[in-house]
Design a protein around this ligand. Structure first.
Ligand code: B12
Ligand code: SF4
Length: 601
């Protein structure tokens, strides 16, 4: 975990200590969410580590200063502020603590980590989506950013590529500014320093997977999205050479599975040269690398995109499906999501033998508990999707929705810890808060029934997908909320809790209560996981035994003109019917592929 700047011989050598912490956040009982193993290394942490490591190698503090970097991901490692203070003190506080990639839900935890450090006189810098999102959308700092400034914490908004030298030098000279704001000056990423984390950090994650961003920015305008306001709408990307460097470096260390974190890789302007380079690495140089990428619902219309993704080793895609009600999509300015394209798109990926994950947002203005339940049933029956995950519609700081609500003075939940897409935070026109929360809990159970899990596995087997691996992922997604009470994306392997790592607003539980409760919880959870795993394994065995029996169902049927009359996806409400009419008109006017192939002209 230590990167040391090697410099020439000198008796007056100094050591500049940088401690990078990627904070976690608190669960609903107030305990820090931490695991024995988290699913994968954090790209934000790797990016910032890589940038400081680069400063180190270029000796930006001069040849007489060694720079040590320690990276801590709180989702898999306990943050001991007392130890950080002791080590910094032993070094005359020559260094800083960077709170890295801090999301809104992690901001309260980040400030709790910062407070004792600041009291000990240690320089602290906080960066990430909360600071960037707030400074992107508002002219003045709100109360939460002000709280950090009052503590003497430095805020960093925007991206650090090309800016880290200044920050490191200012920190070393003891003259950090209160705010570094680069939000309106986003750096190019070609030849930018690539993300990197040392082996000790990576080993605290499950398996041989890591993350990197091949690009940033998305051209669309979804009103709930923070990315476009923080990372912009223009595609900025790493070069194919950069991507090859990242892949080779990881491959040498046994890491061959990657989550490319671009929010929309289909709109990375260099998706094709990047895929071409990866195809070369796989087909000519023998690197068996595989990928999960995020794409939009029109990606299948980009010539060659799906075919090259397949050859480049993409085995899974994540799609922001969000909703099947066109009124809701329109309300969220998600105009690129056309329900008339959904089946075409999913079938294109399926034909390539690629798994599909999709996100579904609950709580759009037209949703009611009944309509959302019906929509999930329609998806199960008519769309060949593997993994579906649910979120609350959330006004995330940095989004247009958040800004609009704040400007209108609509009451928002003041607890940033809840801005994790897993809480109901605003009043809803058609649901009480309790109904909305119940809908969120029910949605997982409605989708992941034993019958539907069997159907997903049968479909996958028919498309030649590895169903044992898929069954494991289904176990994770189906049980995470029920057993661990967190979204699967926040999950990990074996939950760890420390009595002292509780929100300061909540009381410290006595030893006699905390530890017995923890032991019971541990035993009960693992019994439930074992039972759920056994149930899913039995389904898997049943499906695997029928390997040679042909399987098909409604969702797998090729798209036809009759679909518009027969499928509930297109007939379940007025706005769905109107979307079909609209697609038909576009096809008549353009005579071409502006809408789905199944709409008769
Ligand atoms: C990959 C990813 C994940 C992965 C994480 C994998 C991984 N470990 O990397 C997974 C799928 C697990 C995940 C989960 C979640 N995520 Co996420 N995720 C992302 C995504 C797509 C990319 C993150 C990234 O790598 N960005 C690129 C880095 C380089 O950017 P950055 O973090 O801003 O860092 C730069 C600057 O901010 C600055 N900087 C940052 N820190 C520091 C520190 C210092 C000292 C300095 C000088 C500079 C600096 O320099 C960096 C380099 O330029 C982002 C969207 C996005 N485009 O960023 C969402 C995003 C960060 N996630 C988000 C959310 C809400 C979540 C979840 C809460 C969802 C859920 N309920 O499960 C969980 C939380 C889990 C957790 N413990 O973090 C939101 C946060 C929004 C907000 N305002 O808070 C985002 C923005 C997406 C969205 N919906 O808007 N996520
Ligand atoms: S498609 Fe995704 S990344 Fe792009 S604007 Fe919409 S939500 Fe944001």
């Amino acid at each position: 975990m230590l990167a040391t700047q090697q410099a020439g011989e000198s008796t007056a050598r100094r050591r500049f200590r940088v401690v990078l912490v990627k904070p976690s956040h608190y669960d609903d009982d107030g305990y820090v969410i931490r695991w024995y193993r988290s699913p994968m290394p954090a790209n934000s942490l790797a990016s910032v580590y890589g940038l400081i490591d680069d400063c180190t190698r270029r000796q930006v503090l001069g040849p007489d200063v060694d720079v040590e970097i320690l990276a801590i991901d709180e989702t898999n490692t306990r943050v001991h502020t007392d130890r950080i203070i002791a080590e910094m003190r032993a070094n005359d506080n020559f260094g800083f603590v960077g709170l890295v990639g801090v999301q809104s839900n992690q901001y309260p935890r980040a400030l709790h980590i910062a407070r004792p450090l600041r009291a000990a006189g240690i320089a602290v810098i906080v960066g990430g989506f909360h600071v960037s999102g707030m400074l992107a959308m508002f002219d003045s700092v709100g109360p939460d950013l002000q709280e950090a400034l009052d503590m003497g914490v430095t805020l960093f908004a925007g991206e650090a590529e090309g800016r880290m030298d200044e920050v490191v030098r200012d920190a070393a000279a003891g003259r950090l500014k209160p705010i570094y704001n680069y939000i309106d000056d986003l750096p190019a990423l070609e030849d930018a320093v690539t993300p990197f984390l040392p082996g000790n950090s990576v080993r605290k994650t499950i398996g041989n997977v890591t993350t990197f961003d091949a690009g940033r920015g998305c051209p669309f305008q979804c009103s709930f999205c923070t990315i476009i306001n923080v990372q912009g709408r223009k595609s900025r990307r790493r070069s194919p050479d950069d991507v090859e460097r990242i892949l080779r470096k990881n491959y040498e260390h046994g890491i061959d599975r990657f989550f490319i974190t671009d929010d929309n890789f289909a709109r990375n302007k260099d998706w094709e040269p990047i895929f071409d380079r990866i195809i070369k690495l796989r087909e000519e140089d023998g690197l068996d690398v595989r990928f999960l990428i995020q794409v939009d619902t029109l990606c299948h219309k980009i010539p060659n995109f799906v075919a090259k993704a397949k050859r480049a080793g993409v085995t899974r895609i994540f799609i922001g499906l969000e909703n099947i009600n066109p009124d809701n999509l329109l309300a969220a300015k998600k105009r690129q999501n056309k329900i008339t394209e959904y089946r075409d798109m999913l079938l294109a990926w399926k034909a390539a033998g690629i798994w599909t994950y999709a996100g579904y947002i609950l709580g759009f203005p037209n949703d009611t508990p009944e309509s959302a339940r019906r929509d999930i049933e329609i998806i199960k029956k008519e769309m060949p999707l593997d993994v579906l995950e649910f979120f609350f519609l959330t006004p995330l700081p940095g989004s247009e929705d958040h800004k609009a609500l704040v400007s209108k003075g609509i009451p928002l939940d003041p607890d940033l810890n809840k801005y994790d897409l897993e809480h109901a935070l605003t009043p809803h026109p058609n649901m009480t808060k309790a109904e909305w929360e119940k809908l969120y809990r029910d949605a997982w159970a409605i989708y992941y029934t034993p019958e539907h899990i069997e159907r997903i596995l049968r479909r996958a087997q028919a498309y030649g997908i590895n169903i044992l691996r898929l069954a494991q992922i289904i176990l994770w997604f189906a049980q995470s909320l029920a057993i661990e009470k967190v979204h699967p994306l926040q999950g990990g392997f074996v939950r760890l809790k420390s009595r002292h790592d509780r929100r300061p607003e909540l009381p410290l539980e006595p030893v006699w209560r905390f530890y017995p409760a923890l032991a019971c919880e541990f035993a009960a959870k693992h019994a439930r996981v074992a039972a759920a795993a056994w149930r899913i394994f039995r389904i898997y065995r049943r499906v695997a035994a029928d390997k040679l029996v042909p399987y098909t169902d409604q969702a797998m049927m090729p798209v036809t003109a009759e679909d518009t009359q027969t499928l509930e996806l297109f007939t379940h409400n007025q706005s769905a019917r109107e979307a079909v009419d609209h697609a038909r008109k576009v096809k008549e006017l353009t005579g071409g592929p502006a809408s789905s192939s199944f709409i008769p002209a």
